[in-house]
Design a protein. Structure first.
Lengths: 426, 426
């Protein structure tokens, strides 16, 4: 089965928006053992879209098209599809219902421009959109069955998984083949090092395919398996995971695609412990991540985002002597920050960050990319210092600082001995 | 001039890596007034790459191809290009020098697999790579001039700007055409409403093209202009902006592509004022955004992420009576949170959030999507309540809650009268 994606829209064509949909669709298909062979993209132009639809219609069995289903005059995908198939645009009762339901359930009035979204190419079949105004549709052009869905990522994802994927599996026919993907999340080693360490896997486990994916600052190791016997696949995957564990050790955060904040949250929950933070350079990012996990209120008590020295002293209660003696970015200061966060909130652990995210503010001794991390426990308080070199990129520095802080906490929760906690050693 | 991009590689095809290169190239070209009309992508397959090169060779004037120039056997772009042009792969002295220079300058030995990178299609012209092992090359296939550069983003960017862009400008010849894009950022109206309000623009300003872009929860209005007289274009854009301002009023955050956090930051800076936060449901996201802006330490003093009631009471100093009487999600509670954040930090303003981000925790009276926002100023403290319906999606609720809080602050800083601050009114 030849599957292609086609992203439409000037924002994607012009690069204003990065096309995450194409990657997302390909990954979703791959997890079902379906390979997407080609991606195309053009702007909001009827002739261009029509022409690419015709090309794909000649080449592929399935086309997944995103974007251009909105209410504005820029949105010309339906019209282009009708042209490519040589049919008219007509009112589609199911599509109209999808639009109306959306507005009714939100107690909002439907606008004239939204009514346009109830018009689809003649003979096409509506794909209901439960989370947005734009209904999708399915129709054949040439030899290819096309699925048209919105470009808004969360609407796209929902409709892809709930409606499009089951239909594609039907088209593909019943297969006894089982497809599995397992994702191991790692942190602390560069992609090339992960690759070197696990490179023998393909040879050792012939039924598995290995894939690496950099999701800064994590590196994901993916295992793809295909076969008819579920037990055999499960066994292979478990053996491969054991093998990878030997190679990567505690650089593996999870073997089931769980993120750092989920892993740390689960460890805290299982231990019935709580966390409080004092964030300077990470500016709230550690708390934002931790609170992205549903149920985090069970273990996340407090974060003081103490950006100014004044806040560190007055709000958090760090002593001005410490800051004057050592400066804001120093092990001694973060140790006191972590202890104070722990004390004032009554949490089991206090975790703190202070560093230089850039682009300015670096010095010879403390260049941009320097971060100090403090970790206070019931019996102890530790201070760490790291330097990361991402060329003064503030957003990347904030991310790697926040991940490193959580990694220090994770190693504490796993009771990894102190001397094995230095990330630079690995 | 018709320009296309073509990304090669299994990691892009399979969605393991998101294709940022295509967007990056299109943006770089757009800044020079060159429109990229189409993007394609296939995996590391000689036949597929060859076939797409032939297609583009028939369609475009310029093709920019990324990826597949590395030292491994997966890297087949040079071979595919040679096939498409019907020539052989031969040793290229300039390419060999590019590879050798890279290793010599780093005191490293050149490996056999890297020597492969010194082989290029016959008749092609080498593009020197100062930052990586893979030299690029330029050659004609069909009627199209192709530039082949590495897929590693920072190598790609460097070679695009230093070598490829000047060559494309030469090909294009001297043009007096000036291209401009202006982005107006709006918040608080759905895309369809923005569209309806500005839909007369194209007719009124014939030299401008209008584009809308949803960047949740913002809607961006883009004006594209093309012409030979810079003053005339500037005039048209300024008139159009005045016209849009009449239609959208204070729903416009900026007319120069500045984000909410940049706009609020600049207002605070200009007024020489400061901000402190007390965040419950937004979990640190408001502070994360505000501190993403370089220089935010001038006006951002403190955020207390007080997720638990205990932290609200013990750390922030909200009275337990208030929380017992009204609950955590209530105007009275957020008013006290905002006042306390302001007082303990000494900031000009205190801003607070408390709500139900979901997916659980909603009640009939306070469903998921409910948020209360408090704003304390020198003379006053205000409480607002909103309900947003994004189907229990925690991440989206956090974003819209955080944006709404910043919007309340922005309206305060702009001294917009109280009665005009209700977003639901618009």
């Amino acid at each position: 089965m030849i599957v292609e994606t086609f992203s439409t829209g000037d924002e994607i064509r012009s690069g204003t928006v990065i096309d995450t949909n194409a990657a997302n669709i390909a990954q979703t298909m791959e997890e079902e053992g379906i390979e997407v062979v080609r991606h195309s993209c053009v702007g909001d132009n009827i002739k261009s879209i029509e022409s690419v639809l015709r090309e794909i219609g000649n080449r592929a069995d399935v086309g997944i098209v995103t974007g251009g289903l909105g209410p504005t005059k820029d949105d010309v995908t339906s019209e282009s599809a009708a042209n490519a198939a040589g049919v008219k645009i007509v009112a589609n009762p199911d599509a109209m219902k999808s639009v109306e339901d959306f507005f009714t359930s939100r107690n909002r009035d439907i606008s004239e421009s939204n009514r346009k979204q109830g018009m689809l190419p003649e003979g096409s079949e509506c794909i209901y959109n439960p989370v947005g105004t734009a209904p999708g549709f399915q129709m054949k052009i040439g030899k290819c069955v096309f699925f048209f869905i919105p470009g808004v990522p969360f609407e796209m994802e929902k409709m892809l998984k709930d409606s499009v994927l089951p239909k594609i599996k039907d088209l593909k026919g019943i297969s006894n083949k089982i497809h599995m993907v397992r994702t191991l999340v790692t942190f602390g080693l560069p992609e090339a090092s992960v690759n070197e360490r696990v490179s023998g896997l393909d040879a050792k486990f012939s039924d598995l395919k290995l894939g690496l994916r950099a999701k800064f600052p994590e590196i994901h190791v993916k295992l793809y398996a295909k076969g008819e016997n579920k037990n055999k696949i499960d066994e292979q995957i478990e053996s491969a995971i054991s093998w990878i564990k030997e190679k990567l050790g505690d650089r593996i955060l999870s073997t089931n695609n769980r993120s750092m904040e989920e892993v740390v949250g689960e460890l805290l929950k299982n231990r019935n412990e709580t966390i409080a933070l004092a964030e300077s350079c990470t500016g709230g990012l550690v708390s934002h991540w931790l609170t992205n996990v549903a149920g985090s209120s069970h273990y996340f008590l407090y974060s003081g985002v103490v950006y100014s020295n004044k806040a560190k002293i007055n709000v958090l209660g760090v002593s001005s002597e410490t800051i004057n003696a050592y400066g804001a970015v120093h092990e001694e200061t973060v140790k006191e920050m972590a202890s104070r966060a722990r004390e004032i909130s009554g949490a089991t652990y206090g975790l703190s960050t202070s560093g230089i995210a850039g682009p300015d503010g670096g010095t010879y001794e403390k260049p941009v990319g320097t971060v100090c991390i403090g970790l206070a426990t019931k019996n102890d308080v530790k201070g760490y210092r790291f330097n990361f070199t991402y060329g003064g990129r503030r957003d990347m520095n904030k991310r790697i600082f926040a991940m490193t802080a959580l990694e220090m906490l994770r190693m504490e929760l796993l009771e990894i001995p102190d001397k094995e906690r230095d990330l630079r050693r690995r």
